[in-house]
Design a protein around this ligand. Structure first.
Ligand SMILES: Cc1cc2nc3c(=O)[nH]c(=O)nc-3n(C[C@H](O)[C@H](O)[C@H](O)COP(=O)(O)OP(=O)(O)OC[C@H]3O[C@@H](n4cnc5c(N)ncnc54)[C@H](O)[C@@H]3O)c2cc1C
Length: 641
């Protein structure tokens, strides 16, 4: 056996069996390999994946090794393309015959054997329309970048305005210790830009930023971006059907850029939320938000107060705990923890090799993760109106999930009296985003230098924090892990639509958009990661961004094919859609009255989350329905002049 062969066998030994089995079918074309005995049992994030009997696993690995060696030795000949019928058979084998038919085309796309979401503007009429168009994109985060790539592929010119000196948005701004993605990286990558070399299953912020930076170079986007450009206002001119965007550069000078369409990609989690506590400004020591981490503040030996136990604090508390002399963690509600033993683990070189080299393995692995962690969890967080079990769960399935997760938390908190009554949430699973956990959180909370404080904060004084019981907790450094002003959509600039209508006036503190993307009175304006497009149970926002960007470009195509100057969603369509979203959200774990979280706005409406299965979003955004929109006729040349 050569060194190469040994390396391959070592890699195959670590491969994920269901994905490897699918690769084997691609390599051999032999569907008889898909026997009932080898069929995997779909598990969700919180249930263990059932392993096949060892002899079945060994046989799959042996066969895969043999076929892979032969394929490599033959110089990697092209493998026969599998049509829809074969892919469907494989999908049904993996996820069960009971899968709804409507899922099949979506799952085929998610497998990503081709870039099915690439826009096609090759028809002569569209090509000509694209050549005349210019789009202004606000924001160069994950959503702004994918919109730029797709516009480029459609042949449409664009300019990106970005307030920061670099791309990346979330992954540029959040540099706190321990910041990492909590969707598996194979899912948290663009479907058309897989990355077999993610160093970790859930990579750290610097790796995420590097991924987006690499794509900026690959697609040559940098020359289209105006950095350090803070957008202050976007205004629609109805007479010429154009948007004019006013922004300020880092020298304070004002500029304008205009375009036929406006793509708003300013994110949901971009404006830090600071706690509203009397005396906050009087604090004598350094105080900062997790998204504005002060790397110049040395925490070694300091008494540190952390306000909040959401997703960011959950990541940085275990990192800073060993360095500080005392850590007071102020908690309103504990988070649900999702058992993820490999949360901090590296992807081994062997696994990376398989992902990069075994044909179609990465595609099927991504598919498997999607099914397990996204749709697999949805039913468990949906309420059952006939459930009689009490406010801590909303259905029998939800109560069952609670049981599994409680057990995980209790196991880690066992023998730590100071955590008694403080780490098990009293709200239903899914009420807030479940946090990936390998035990690091509770391990940190158990340490002698950590106190978890559940008393309400009464005030902040120069020397520390006073809780409702009157105790002063002396503090040197204060860190706000208090999240973002998520429900204040598009609050970083003002938007004026048709007739000078201001977007915030339209919304009245209650941001809504049809499919999270379009709003009546705001023609040719498209929002990404907009209202009700957030996911709670571990999906990836990238899927939603790809879908909404695809939808926006299809809307522009729809208008171009009709020689229309602008496209605008109808008010009744928007109203009806939001009614359905609200109704569905009210039955989900995050919408029930006993849960309060950043998913609800000041009016108590769930403004952030998508309440349906993700496939419903994909289906709805594939193409605009003609009856949903009003098109504005293009003015005759002499009128426009
Ligand atoms: C710490 C953290 C961890 C996360 N982990 C996950 C995860 O595991 N999985 C997941 O799916 N999602 C996660 N998210 C959500 C994450 O925000 C999205 O996945 C994604 O990064 C959003 O991209 P975006 O481009 O829509 O928004 P952002 O990344 O917020 O980018 C918005 C951009 O707009 C710019 N901008 C804003 N206002 C203006 C203005 N007025 N003028 C000019 N530029 C402006 C900003 O500077 C920024 O670059 C996480 C978020 C945070 C904060």
């Amino acid at each position: 056996m050569t060194g190469r062969d040994a390396q391959i066998d070592e890699a195959i030994a670590e491969a994920h069996i269901p994905s490897l089995l699918m690769s084997l079918v691609h390599l051999t074309g032999d569907f008889s390999l898909l026997t009932p005995e080898r069929r995997p049992q779909v598990a969700t994030t919180i249930s263990e994946e059932r392993r096949l009997p060892p002899e079945e696993e060994s046989e799959i690995r042996r066969l895969a090794g043999e076929k892979l060696h032969a394929w490599l030795d033959a110089g990697k000949p092209d493998l026969p393309e599998f049509g829809m019928e074969k892919l469907e058979r494989m999908i049904r084998y993996l996820v069960g015959d009971g899968v709804d038919d409507s899922y099949i085309p979506f799952l085929e796309e998610e497998i990503g054997v081709g870039d099915f979401r690439k826009p096609d503007w090759s028809a002569p009429k569209l090509k000509a329309a694209a050549a005349r168009m210019h789009v202004v994109i606000i924001g160069a985060g994950m959503s702004g970048l994918v919109s730029a790539i797709r516009l480029q592929q459609a042949g449409i010119a664009f300019t990106i305005l970005e307030k920061n000196p670099e791309v990346g948005g979330t992954w540029y701004e959040n540099t706190y210790p321990g910041c990492r993605v909590d969707s598996d990286n194979q899912l948290y990558s663009y479907s058309f830009e897989p990355n077999p070399l993610w160093p970790q299953h859930f990579s750290t912020q610097d790796k995420l930023l590097a991924y987006f930076q690499r794509l900026v170079e690959k697609y040559e986007l940098r020359r289209h971006i105006r950095f350090n450009s803070v957008v202050e206002e976007a205004r629609y001119d109805e007479a010429v059907h154009r948007w004019t965007v006013r922004y300020r550069d880092d020298r304070g000078s004002e500029h304008c850029v205009s375009g036929d369409a406006l793509f708003s990609a300013v994110g949901q989690l971009n404006t830090p939320r600071y706690p509203d506590i009397p005396g906050l400004e009087s604090f004598a020591g350094p105080a900062f938000h997790s998204a504005r981490w002060r790397h110049d503040v040395d925490l070694a030996g300091k008494r540190v107060g952390v306000i909040g136990t959401g997703a960011s604090a959950f990541q940085f508390v275990p990192e800073i705990q060993p360095r500080v002399s005392r850590l007071d963690v102020y908690q309103r509600n504990p988070p649900w923890l999702m058992p993820t033993p490999h949360y901090h683990d590296d992807v081994s070189p062997a696994q990376q090799w398989v992902l990069a080299n075994v044909p179609f393995y990465a595609n099927w692995y991504r598919f498997w993760l999607y099914w397990r962690t996204v749709e697999g969890m949805h039913e468990g967080v949906k309420g059952d109106p006939n459930y009689k079990g009490g406010p801590e769960a909303i259905s029998a399935a939800n109560a069952q999930m609670r049981g599994v997760l409680e057990q995980w938390i209790r196991r880690h908190a066992e023998g730590a009296p100071k955590l008694e009554g403080k780490v098990i949430p009293n709200y239903p699973v899914g009420g807030k985003r479940g946090l990936r956990d390998n035990g690091a959180w509770i391990r940190a909370l158990r340490q002698d230098n950590v106190t978890i404080i559940t008393d309400r904060i009464r005030e902040v004084r120069p020397e520390g924090i006073v809780t409702d019981d009157g105790v002063l907790h002396r503090t040197d450094v204060l860190i706000y892990g208090t999240g973002f002003r998520a429900s204040d959509f598009l609050s970083s600039y003002r938007v004026y639509g048709r007739g000078g209508m201001e977007l915030q006036d339209k919304w009245q503190g209650n941001a809504r958009a049809y499919l999270g993307t379009v709003v009546p009175d705001f023609p040719n304006m498209f929002i990404f990661y907009g209202p009700n497009t957030n996911l709670v149970v571990n999906g990836s926002i990238i899927l939603f961004a790809e879908c909404s960007v695809g939808y926006a470009i299809e809307c522009l195509k729809f208008a171009a094919l009709r020689d229309a100057a602008a496209i605008e969603v109808r008010q009744d369509v928007y109203d009806d859609y939001n009614r359905r979203v609200d109704e569905a959200n009210s039955t989900m774990a995050w919408g029930v009255p006993q849960v309060s979280s950043w998913y609800k706005n000041d009016q108590g409406r769930v403004s952030q989350n998508w309440p349906f299965p993700t496939i419903a979003y994909w289906e709805a955004t594939r193409a605009p329905q003609p009856e949903d929109f009003i098109c504005a006729a293009r003015a005759a040349p002499e009128q426009a002049a």
